[in-house]
Design a protein around this ligand. Structure first.
Ligand code: NAD
Ligand code: GLY
Length: 360
């Protein structure tokens, strides 16, 4: 079983990746300090994996809270449901919250853990590809606001991440694709060799070939852990992990949360960022075509939805955490595997990208 370590001094933690990890008390128990545990899951994941998770927790006092499923429930209201469950069941400061689910459950549970009694322990058990390669690692937690995605939250690290790759067997096809988008992201921003591997193995990934999935998850987590260890609070390099997100969040907010999957919106966002990078002369046209071709082979969108006009798109992009001093900063490419953050682009070219890269 590959175990990576995210190095953050006294807050370092392991990322365990492999099949059959859910029921393993030897993996989870050492990271639970007290006797109380609250498993947070949703109505889709709980019937599939809650019992298995609880078998690894014999000897602890376990409660669970089952939330409705969906991005539209990643809200302050839902957070309150978790707090109510904790208070009703008299969980004290030694409790451990366990996030069992995809990125929505992970982000909500992590934020609940950061706030409950000013901070309790939590563990991530990601069950989507997207959560296993990205959201469960690195301690970004939070909820959406109607005016902006992920606008309320905290940096709060888990005690460990347990990515049981068997859980991916029940993941719907579209959700798998959304996770592949984040995998491709690592190749584009900092790992050109991985991008080439993805060009050779994208069909195997889509077919859930276990060896290919295991390799892609480990490589992605290694890239993420590396970046977060150097820049936990996103004062610099970590912003590169948001490649495609300024465009993507505009799509998610503009269409209403949940209309497109997060990973799908980010895929289109990365394709638009590549288009702009090409217009700026920072990447070549053949490289831009390679990027688009990989997303297309992964069955991911490479255009923004026509319903959001360019003006509205620009307004939505202005509500972004990377906006600084009123100036929009974007993650762009200077080559495959070489992302940069820049406010130094001609707004006319951004406009041209938005006008050109739309669904018919
Ligand atoms: P999700 O949590 O909504 O899960 C996708 C769907 O798959 C849901 O319906 C879920 O119930 C279902 N599901 C989960 N595991 C399953 C399984 N094993 N089998 C069958 N169905 C399963 O979406 P996601 O793509 O995992 O995460 C997206 C969220 O993650 C967004 O809110 C995004 O903002 C956030 N995110 C956070 C970070 C971060 O660093 N914190 C990074 C990337 C994305
Ligand atoms: N998904 C972006 C980050 O964790 O920083």
């Amino acid at each position: 079983m590959p175990t990576l370590q995210l190095d953050l001094g006294s807050r370092s933690y392991p990322i365990c990746i492999g099949p059959g990890l859910l029921g393993r008390s030897d993996i989870i128990a050492p990271h639970i300090a007290g006797k109380q545990v609250m498993v947070v899951s949703n109505e889709t994941v709980a019937p599939l994996y809650l019992d298995k998770t609880l078998t690894a927790l014999i000897g602890f006092h376990c409660d669970s809270v089952i939330l409705p499923d969906g991005e539209k429930y990643k809200t302050l209201d839902t957070l309150n449901t978790i707090f109510t469950a904790l208070l009703k069941n008299r969980h004290d400061r030694s409790t451990t919250l366990i996030a069992l689910g995809g990125g929505v459950i992970g982000d909500l549970t992590g934020f609940a853990a950061a706030c409950y009694q000013r901070g309790v322990n939590f563990i991530q058990i990601p069950t989507t590809l997207l959560a296993q390669v990205d959201s469960s690692v690195g301690g970004k937690t939070g909820v959406n606001h109607p005016l902006g995605k992920n606008m309320i939250g905290a940096f709060y690290q888990p005690r460990c991440v347990i990515a049981d790759t068997d859980t991916l067997n029940t993941l719907p096809e579209r959700e798998l694709g959304a996770g592949i988008a984040e995998v491709i992201k690592y190749g584009l921003i900092r790992d050109a060799e991985f991008f080439v591997w993805l060009e050779k193995n994208i069909e195997a990934l889509r077919a859930r070939d276990p060896a290919s999935l295991a390799f892609a998850i480990e490589r992605s987590c290694r890239n993420k852990a590396d970046v977060v260890a150097r820049d936990e609070r996103e004062s610099g390099e970590r912003a590169l992990l948001n490649f495609g997100h300024t465009f993507g969040h505009a799509i998610e907010t503009g269409l209403g949360y949940g209309a497109w999957l997060h990973g799908e919106a980010i895929a289109a966002g990365m394709a638009l960022a590549a288009d702009l990078s090409c217009r700026l002369g920072w990447i070549s046209a053949p490289d831009q075509h390679r990027i688009e071709a990989l997303f297309v082979r992964a069955h991911l969108p490479v255009r923004a939805p026509a319903q959001i006009g360019s003006e509205q798109f620009l307004d939505l992009m202005a509500v972004d955490k990377k906006v600084s001093g009123g100036k929009l900063r974007l993650i762009l490419l200077k080559g495959i595997g070489q992302a940069v953050i820049s406010a130094d682009f001609d707004p006319q070219l951004l406009r041209a990208t938005l006008d050109a890269c739309r669904t018919a």
